[in-house]
Ligand binder design. Structure first.
Ligand code: COA
Ligand code: AMP
Length: 636
């Protein structure tokens, strides 16, 4: 039996001893009474009775154990040309002072704080400052517009909002503060304070009595000590797209999260304390929470925070510059970033120039399907292990991957490799029987670090994840196990799409389109895109009697989605159709539309209400630039 088999088996057969051993790597203020409490079998709780502070483990522990002068954080902003470096001691001072500032504004244990910030160090300081107080942060990605921010404010009911005055995207400065003002105007809940970090690119006006600048907030604030919290107290709530317009508030606890992340750094990523670790993502996503902020710091690494893009800031050598300048040993990003780099630099000239693999040991890709072409290109150009791995906001850390810190398996392009310890992964058919290809589900209990519930929404937690297969957590992805136990992820089995590694809901976009006064009904599907993986395309049927130029209406629809959801939705294409293809029971045939758009073989569904609607859809897709490769030849 190989080392992986042994470790994996032990994690499932004796999870108590497995995870209590892993928990020994952290500092606890009170040891847990029970490693795994299954008194509610549907919602197991890890480290019941244990007490700790996540910020203490991420910073203070290192300051006290010889890493005080080691760099904890390097900020590299390709869009502004700035860098900043913080040792663990400096980060401790900044975080404790900011926590003191929050405390002075009345923020305490259990209170929520919304963080709406660009990729600047103050975002990390704000998150850790909350963790220090036992307050619950809820970070909202900067690419979401005011309506989305308002929805999260209403649900999380924060005492305060921390924002940057602006973000810097290539070629434009995005003012964040007006978005916050508009969101507060739209929301029923009104936070007492807004702390604004003023950036010189666009300073923001302040509302008297409510807003204060970051500098004003920290001026004279007494540094705060770490507050003891229970292992099961929430560390954060991160909203993610589900199948409806309402985002799901994923709750992360303190104890299990810290244990799982720390374990993953050495056993999965093979990242050694003291090294520079770079997750090229955004703090607004789970990858940013786990692998820009918490895991590298819990593990005593130097985390890199990058404000920029893989290309265009200024060129396709941007990643390789950062890797070489900051001695990055482990790089984690989304395949779309590599597709962008490859498109601009197919021969890898920039790789030759910077020679990143003089320092870089491994590249990890996740967040969306990793197409074999991109994987092979990265392997050939870099000549280091390129590791696809699969996980989701709900789990907080990888479910399936190639655990190079335990045992390295041969890479099979198209597969994320094997289930990681703690995850009893099954592929189930409609009846819940194990099959080679089907819905991916994880047998309960989920390991530490995974969501214990949805914030203020137990019912949706049960319905969306637990009800489909009793005793299992439904991941929402479909997959296929091969005879070597390698799992390939085949894509979502619900209405979630993945655009440039960003998780979005087509249902939510449909709600926005349906709110337009001229739209009777609509459908949004994700279609393949060679750079972004998927992009949304919308189809609308006009209300009876409405006749408008298509281009004008579609522009309004595109603007509406940008205004309501934000630029991140990347909704750029819409078309008017006379009828949506549906089954006789009224279900829109989104899957079939998708297949036609992707040029895949498709079957005329026997239950179709009107075959003409699908033919029309085919013509519209051809007009939009999605030629049907197999239409007519093989309607199997
Ligand atoms: N604040 C405001 N706007 C933002 C934003 C932010 N934080 N992030 C993105 N946007 C905007 C962009 O400016 C763009 O607007 P536009 O349509 O007006 O140009 C839109 O949202 C889409 O952004 P993005 O997805 O970044 O597309 P892009 O075309 O600018 O860049 C890639 C394409 C592939 C380079 C980019 O998507 C990328 O680097 N992806 C990696 C994704 C990633 O790290 N995912 C995290 C999971 S690991
Ligand atoms: P998020 O919650 O934003 O991290 O998105 C999670 C979703 O992204 C998953 O449910 C998958 O659909 C997709 N995903 C993430 N990683 C991979 C991967 N390695 N391969 C295929 N799909 C992935």
């Amino acid at each position: 039996m190989g080392r992986y088999d042994e470790v994996y088996r032990r994690s499932l057969e004796d999870p108590g001893s497995f995870w209590s051993e892993a928990a020994g790597a952290l500092r606890w203020r009170k040891k847990w009474d029970r490693v795994l409490d299954r008194s509610n079998p549907r919602q197991p709780r890890w480290f019941q009775g244990g007490e700790l502070n996540t910020c203490e483990n991420a910073i203070d522990v290192h300051v006290e154990s010889g890493r005080a002068d080691q760099l904890a954080l390097i900020w590299d902003s390709a869009v502004t040309g700035q860098t900043a470096k913080y040792t663990y001691r400096e980060l401790q001072r900044e975080v404790a002072t900011f926590a003191g500032a929050l405390r002075r504004l009345g923020v305490g244990k259990g209170d929520r704080v919304v963080v709406y910030m660009p990729m600047i160090p103050q975002a990390i300081i704000a998150m850790l400052g909350c963790a220090r107080l036992g307050a619950v942060h809820s970070v909202v990605f900067g690419g979401f517009a005011a309506h989305e921010l308002a929805a999260r404010i209403d649900h999380a009911e924060p005492k305060a909002i921390v924002c940057g005055s602006c973000g810097v995207e290539p070629g434009r400065v995005v003012a964040y503060k007006p978005m916050v003002d508009k969101a507060i105007e739209l929301s029923r809940h009104k936070p007492a304070n807004v702390i604004v970090f003023q950036r010189p690119q666009a300073e923001a006006p302040l509302a008297a009595g409510r807003d204060l600048t970051w500098d004003e907030a920290v001026e004279g604030a007494q540094p705060a000590d770490c507050v003891t919290v229970s292992a099961n107290d929430p560390l954060y709530v991160l909203y993610t797209s589900g199948t409806t317009g309402r985002p799901k508030g994923i709750v992360r606890d303190n104890g299990g999260h810290a244990v799982a992340l720390k374990w993953s750094m050495t056993h999965f990523y093979d990242a050694r304390p003291g090294e520079a670790y770079w997750a090229a993502s955004d703090i607004g996503w789970v990858v940013g929470h786990s692998y820009i902020v918490y895991a590298p710091l819990l593990n005593g690494n130097t985390t890199i925070m990058y404000e920029g893009k893989p290309v265009g800031t200024p060129d396709a050598g941007a990643f390789w510059r950062v890797v070489t300048q900051h001695d990055v040993r482990t790089l984690f990003t989304a395949p779309t970033a590599f597709r962008a780099i490859r498109r601009e630099d197919p021969q890898g000239v920039e790789i030759e120039k910077w020679k990143p693999t003089r320092v870089l040991r491994a590249l990890f890709l996740a967040g969306e399907r990793c197409d074999p072409d991109t994987l092979k290109w990265a392997q050939e150009r870099l000549k280091i292990p390129v590791i696809d791995h699969w996980w989701q906001t709900e789990t907080g850390w990888p479910i399936v991957g190639n655990p190079i810190g335990v045992e390295k398996f041969p890479v099979k392009p198209g597969s994320a490799t094997k289930p990681l310890p703690g995850y009893d992964v099954h592929v189930l058919d409609e009846e819940g029987k194990d099959v080679r290809q089907g819905a991916i589900a994880i047998k309960l209990p989920l390991p530490p670090g995974c969501l214990p519930t949805l914030y203020k929404d137990e019912a949706t937690f049960e319905r969306a994840y637990l009800a489909r297969y009793p005793g299992y957590y439904l991941t929402g992805d479909g997959g296929h196990f091969d005879s070597d136990g390698y799992l390939s992820i085949m894509g979502r089995i619900d209405d979630v799409i993945n655009v440039a590694g960003h998780r979005l809901s087509t249902g939510q976009m449909e709600e926005v389109l349906a709110s337009h006064e001229d739209v009777a009904e609509c459908a949004v599907v994700g279609v393949n895109d060679s750079l972004k993986g998927e992009v949304p395309v919308g189809f609308v049927v006009l209300k009876a009697g409405v006749s408008r130029p298509e281009a004008e209406l579609c522009k309004e629809l595109v603007d509406l989605v940008r205004d309501r959801i934000g630029p991140v939705a990347f909704f750029k294409t819409a078309a008017v159709v006379a009828k949506l293809p549906k089954t006789r029971s009224g279900k829109i045939l989104r899957g079939t539309i998708r297949k036609i758009a992707d040029g895949l073989q498709w079957t005329m569904p026997p239950t179709i209400e009107d075959a003409g609607a699908l033919d029309e859809m085919g013509k519209v897709l051809t007009r939009l630039g999605y030629p049907q490769k197999t239409s007519g030849e093989s309607r199997v």
